[in-house]
Design a protein around this ligand. Structure first.
Ligand SMILES: CC(C)(COP(=O)(O)OP(=O)(O)OC[C@H]1O[C@@H](n2cnc3c(N)ncnc32)[C@H](O)[C@@H]1OP(=O)(O)O)[C@@H](O)C(=O)NCCC(=O)NCCS
Length: 215
């Protein structure tokens, strides 16, 4: 599989490792740190705006937005407005995915994760290294489940939510859109939208997450 990674920061390095795990090839990095489009050492580089040019130049390519920040990932997705079929779904070779789970385009599943039965994962979400996503979860678009987090059964994670590293969410809990759960939290009640919750058990922090999620 020939992949173009959009964004060339830390998260893109981990995505590169996913691609290497199944012997795919990164043919280009697009990042706005580049002003011009160029070819070097068997790879293309250029600004994000060169996505359509690369589509016209190279056949059978897929894109992934390799940016860990959920808001930035969504804003680039909206800016590019590429058809869904141009985005890859990337799954590390060491991940364990139930045959009854589904994962939509643009999402990335890192090394040693487990995604169990009847879980649904939306578009452009990140299931990060070593996290456990149990049965019957509903994970929306532009979500980030950080390393070593655990979503137990029938959890609902709405758009743009960030679950911090090592956090645990007990069964049947729902996390509102664009909320943030702190690293190490234990979430035992529903969390409203645009809030941050931290601690064991998780409590809402006073300050809200900004509602400005536009481009
Ligand atoms: C929850 C979080 C987003 C808060 O960030 P923030 O808004 O910048 O908050 P601050 O660092 O200003 O801390 C505010 C308060 O919350 C507390 N707090 C912050 N994170 C906490 C956490 N994970 N658990 C418990 N308390 C936490 C701070 O101690 C501070 O308490 P105080 O008001 O009594 O002094 C952040 O601390 C966090 O946990 N992020 C997860 C990062 C992560 O897992 N990334 C994975 C990338 S792959």
């Amino acid at each position: 599989m020939k992949i173009v990674i959009i964004g060339q920061g830390g998260h893109s390095k981990v995505i590169n490792d996913i691609i290497l795990s199944f012997e795919g090839k990164v043919i280009a990095y697009l990042d706005d740190k580049y002003e011009a489009f160029f070819y070097q050492n068997d790879q293309y580089f250029g600004p994000i705006s060169s996505a359509k040019y690369i589509i016209s130049k190279i056949k059978n390519i897929k894109f992934v937005i390799g940016i860990g920040d959920n808001k930035v990932r969504k804003s680039i997705y909206e800016r590019l407005a590429l058809p869904t079929e141009f985005y890859a779904t990337l799954i590390h070779k060491s991940a364990i995915i139930s045959q009854s789970a589904s994962i939509e385009s643009g999402s990335v599943i890192m090394a040693r994760t487990v995604v169990n039965a009847n879980t649904r994962i939306g578009k452009h979400s990140i299931i990060n290294t070593g996290s456990i996503v149990e049965h019957d979860n509903r994970i929306s678009n532009f979500v980030h489940i950080s390393p070593n987090a655990t979503l137990t059964g029938s959890v609902t994670i709405n758009e743009g939510v960030h679950i911090g590293a090592g956090a645990t969410v007990i069964p049947n809990v729902s996390i509102g859109e664009w909320s943030v759960i702190g690293a190490g939290a234990a979430v035992i009640t529903d969390i409203p939208a645009y809030r941050t919750a931290v601690g064991v058990p998780a409590k809402l922090k006073i300050k809200n997450v900004t509602e400005d999620v536009g481009v």
